[in-house]
Structures are given as structure tokens and as C-alpha cells.
Design a protein around this ligand. Structure first.
Ligand code: FES
Length: 191
């Protein structure tokens, strides 16, 4: 099972965008939209759309890597992992939010994964998940907070870019990372 994303097949700026670049109009909620949903992997690279028509964002398809198991995730308890590599910049977290979340997998589509590096200046967000509000932050550096139910959108603070989101797939009990939406902080490329 792959994460579901909103794809706008009618958008007209694809030609101006490279093969790994899509409109930043990320789908902000995982429910309630009239547009048909497609599987990101089926149309990759595609256009991930939503309500914040703004800057371009890069979607990088990366080697599939097992990062967690469904049976071991507990609501509201993030688990750290590295993706796609092993360095500090690859520090990520996966969390079962307990509510349907953008890009979420699992029966409730509530399992999402993100970089744990703040997009402002790289502050460490590991350990800063707020269970009540389902956000990462506030960042210890300048207080940016990211909504993990809405594709990591900034809800407060200095950062202007959403938290890079790991594209997930589920096979049996295993959860795999297969790519990243956005650019990891401090990296020239995600690969
Ligand atoms: S580094 Fe996170 S808000 Fe500045």
C-alpha cells in the first residue's frame, strides 16, 4: 500500500519544471477534497496539489528502504530513523498521529514520516513531537512548528518551507521509505 496524495493532472506548469520538481501546492488535508486521489508512485513525478499555491518543491524518488514496522508503532510515540542515508542530515521521524494525515499510510492513513531537521536553520526536532496538536516543534532554535497531519506545513515560527516528508509504502508489516517531498535541510540533493 502506498501513501495517497492529491495529484493535479490538469496543472499547466509541468513543462517549466524538471523531472523531479512539482508544484508546491501540497494537499493540505487528507480528506474532504473533491479531487480524485492517485497513487504518487503511479504518476511519479507528478503534481502534488493543495491550497497553498506557492513555491516549487522537489520530489525525489529514492531507493526503497525498510524504516519501521506497523506492529511496533504506538499512537503518538515517534520513532527515529535515518533516510535515505545515515548522516545527521538524514535524521527522520515516523509517527502514528491517530488521525488521517496527508501522505499517511496504514489502515487509518495516520502514519507519516518527516525529516527531523528544521527547514529554517536545521534545528533538531527529534523529541519535539507534540501529541496533543500532532506537530513537530516548537523548534528549540527559533520556535518553528510543523503540522505533521498536513504535509509538515509551517504553523508558527521563522521557517518558510514545510518539513520534508518521506514518501511511504507498506508491504505486510513493513513500512518503506521510497522518496522525499521537499529538500532535506543542508543538502544539495536528497540522493
Ligand atoms: S532552526 Fe528551527 S526555527 Fe530556526
Amino acid at each position: 500500500m502506498k501513501a495517497r496524495w492529491m495529484i493535479d493532472s490538469d496543472s499547466d506548469d509541468e513543462q517549466a519544471c524538471g523531472p523531479s520538481c512539482v508544484s508546491r501546492r501540497l494537499f493540505m488535508t487528507a480528506s474532504g477534497a473533491a479531487t480524485a486521489t492517485l497513487l504518487l508512485g503511479d504518476v511519479f513525478p507528478g503534481k502534488v496539489v493543495g491550497q497553498d499555491a506557492g513555491a516549487k518543491v522537489e520530489v525525489t524518488k529514492l531507493p526503497r528502504k525498510q524504516i519501521a514496522q506497523l506492529s511496533k508503532l504506538v499512537d503518538g510515540q515517534p520513532v527515529s530513523f535515518n533516510y535515505p542515508g545515515d548522516g545527521d542530515l538524514a535524521n527522520c521521524l515516523i509517527v502514528k498521529t491517530g488521525e488521517t494525515s496527508g501522505g499517511g499510510v496504514g489502515d487509518a492513513q495516520d502514519i507519516v514520516a518527516f525529516s527531523a531537521r528544521c527547514t529554517h536553520m536545521g534545528g533538531d526536532l527529534d523529541g519535539l513531537y507534540n501529541v496533543e496538536h500532532k506537530v513537530a516543534g516548537p523548534c528549540g532554535e527559533h520556535l518553528t512548528t510543523f503540522d505533521l497531519t498536513r504535509h509538515g506545513l509551517v504553523v508558527a515560527g521563522h521557517a518558510t518551507q514545510a518539513l520534508p516528508q518521506v514518501v511511504l509504502e507498506v508491504e505486510g508489516d513493513d513500512i518503506f521509505g521510497t522518496g522525499i517531498v521537499g529538500l532535506l535541510y543542508g543538502a544539495a540533493t536528497n540522493g
